[in-house]
Ligand binder design. Sequence first.
Ligand SMILES: [Cu+2]
Length: 129
Amino acid sequence: MMVRRFCMFLLLSLAAVPVSCSGGRSGKVTEQMEPGRELEMEVGSYYFEPDRIVVSGKGTIVIVMTNVSGDKHNLTVENPAGGIVGGVDVGAGATETLRVDLPEPGTYPFYCDIPFHPRMGMTGEIVVQ
Ligand SMILES: [Cu+2]
């Protein structure tokens, strides 16, 4: 069963190539915000939108994410040193909220921690200026 699932993932990732070449979800979707504010994020298979969040200074932001897909996903955020600073699972069709502390300027990578999902496009970054 696992092998079969893995093959499905491979097929899906191959199928996604022409889509991204023709301008589907190939480019980064950037959203600019101030610290202390809330941001709405769409989570799908297999993307985050926005996937690049630029915050104008250090502080705390709140990400309200809605999973528009039929699969469970997750948002895991790391700090610039590579430590995990927060994460939340978001079920199919669900909306979840994650507070993220951004104590210093730098790049905070984020991703879905479910196997294969980062490779299929579920990565992004928070850039604190
Ligand atoms: Cu995922």
